[in-house]
Design a protein around this ligand. Structure first.
Ligand code: SAH
Ligand code: SF4
Ligand code: F3S
Length: 432
């Protein structure tokens, strides 16, 4: 039906869209929504920027270096556009939302700036841009969740499903509540329907996504209900989720993870800092004692669970003692892995006003200490598996060898092993 519409817009030739994605998995999932919207209105999708009539860059604002990468990309596209003036360049995602007109004003490169809640407008905005009218659409919505759009997924093993959007937590360092707007959830019914279709199509793993995935709420259904329903669709499909917030990690959710074999026994639980004073300044809404209690509860309920986390080094006013407390938490929890960042001040956030008083050398030094400690712990946690047998879902060829597969355990351990007797999508027993 939509095809007719776009044939009216672009008689005869199918314009080709190329899209590249920066940032988190929510952006990856959003890119699939964008491709679905574009292809439903008659655009072709290309994997090769050189064939594209429209180049979209789906962007991230979370730290300054994330934005710098995109700015560099836009400046290379500037040269490309000089040689290919007919090509449209669109900036989507969190930078579009944060920087708005600034992106359009600079140097005539960018034709479109479209924020995360306005993707339905893309086909029309693209049409106007082809007739010379540069467009900007950055309104945030309280309701948009693209519930009715089936994302255009590339075939593979894992499918991402955004089940909620936005964030109401307002951690003082974070731009996400400003770039993504208020929390809203999709209906449980539509998520379950989507999972059914994905299982029929042969996907072997589903990852439920949200900036605060466990604050999901659809009427009386919370995230524990959602994940229980999702895991019941097809017991041979593994279910993961990202990213939960410690505040919303309910007993019911822990019990649901424990009680369903196909819900993966791996929880990413961002702690950010080990110091209560810093956690308070960050507005993280939990104390370190509460967090450690939660870890204990999770470990008791889910034997063998692996845990990972996010850490920020050098938040404003962070003292050497605060930093030591962060090292203590890393040591005490014994995470299997962590994403570790240097604090990056973001304009218009609360912590921006606190200044950025920790000198870069100190931030780097603390970050390195955190990374070193975590690497030692990760190594130890991995070595503990030597000699055991893990059930591995085969994902793809190893990046390093044609003769080997890469796959993951449900605890999210990456393994590489000879190809013999295994195929992509199968679960195989591998001795480590
Ligand atoms: N919603 C998720 C994570 C969102 S952003 C959560 O609450 O955990 C991913 C990670 O980026 C955060 O957990 C945090 O560790 C990091 N981050 C966010 N803003 C940052 C900033 N201004 N400087 C450094 N790291 C930041
Ligand atoms: Fe950002 Fe905090 Fe929301 Fe996570 S919970 S997205 S860190 S504001
Ligand atoms: Fe980045 Fe936006 Fe995700 S700021 S981390 S792309 S929500």
């Amino acid at each position: 039906m939509n095809i007719f519409r776009s044939e009216k817009l672009f008689p005869m030739i199918k314009k080709q869209v190329y899209l590249e994605t920066y940032g988190c998995q929510m952006n990856v999932a959003d890119s699939e929504v964008v491709l679905s919207i574009m292809s439903d209105t008659g655009f072709g999708i290309t994997q090769d920027a050189a064939n594209a009539d429209v180049i979209f860059v789906n962007t991230c604002s979370v730290r300054d270096n994330a934005e710098q990468r995109v700015r560099q990309r836009i400046s290379t596209l500037k040269n490309y556009k000089r040689d290919n003036p007919g090509v449209l360049i669109g900036v989507l995602g969190c930078m579009a939302e944060r920087l708005r007109t600034e992106l359009i004003d600079k140097g005539n490169v960018v034709d479109l700036v479209v924020g995360p809640d306005e993707y339905r407008k893309l086909p029309e905005l693209v049409e106007s841009a082809f007739s010379g009218q540069r467009g900007i659409a950055v309104k945030l919505s309280r309701v948009e969740n693209y519930d009715d759009i089936m994302p255009l997924r590339t075939e593979g093993i894992n499918a991402w499903i955004s089940v909620m959007r936005g964030c109401d937590k307002f951690c003082t360092f974070c731009v996400v509540p400003f770039t993504r707007g208020r929390e809203r959830s999709r209906s449980l019914k539509s998520v379950v329907e989507e999972v059914k279709r994905l299982s029929e199509r042969g996907f072997k793993e589903i990852t439920l996504l949200g900036q605060n995935v466990n604050s999901y709420q659809d009427g009386e259904f919370d995230f524990a209900d959602l994940i229980a329903h999702v895991s019941a669709v097809d017991r041979s499909v593994r279910v993961r989720f990202m990213t939960p917030h410690p505040q919303d990690m309910s007993d019911a959710l822990i019990q649901t993870i424990a009680g369903n074999e196909n819900i993966c026994k791996n929880i990413h639980l961002p702690v950010q800092s080990g110091s209560n004073r810093i956690l308070q300044l960050m507005n993280r809404t939990y104390s370190i004692e509460h967090y450690l209690g939660l870890v204990e509860k999770i470990r008791n309920a889910i034997p063998g669970v692996t845990l990972s986390t996010d850490i920020i080094a050098g938040f404003p006013t962070e003292s050497e003692d605060d930093h030591q407390q962060t090292l203590d938490v890393i040591h005490n929890v014994g995470y299997d892995g962590a994403f570790m960042f240097k604090y990056s001040p973001r304009e218009n956030t609360k912590s921006w006003e606190m200044g950025d008083d920790i000198p870069d050398e100190v931030k780097v030094q603390r970050l390195n200490e955190i990374i070193d400690l975590q690497q030692t712990i990760s190594l130890r946690r991995n070595q503990a598996h030597i000699g055991t047998t893990l059930e591995i879902l085969v994902e793809r060829e190893s990046a390093k060898s044609n003769d080997e597969w890469m796959g993951r355990s449900d605890t999210n351990k990456v393994t590489v092993f000879p190809k013999e007797n295994a195929r992509v999508g199968e679960i195989v027993k591998i001795k480590i």
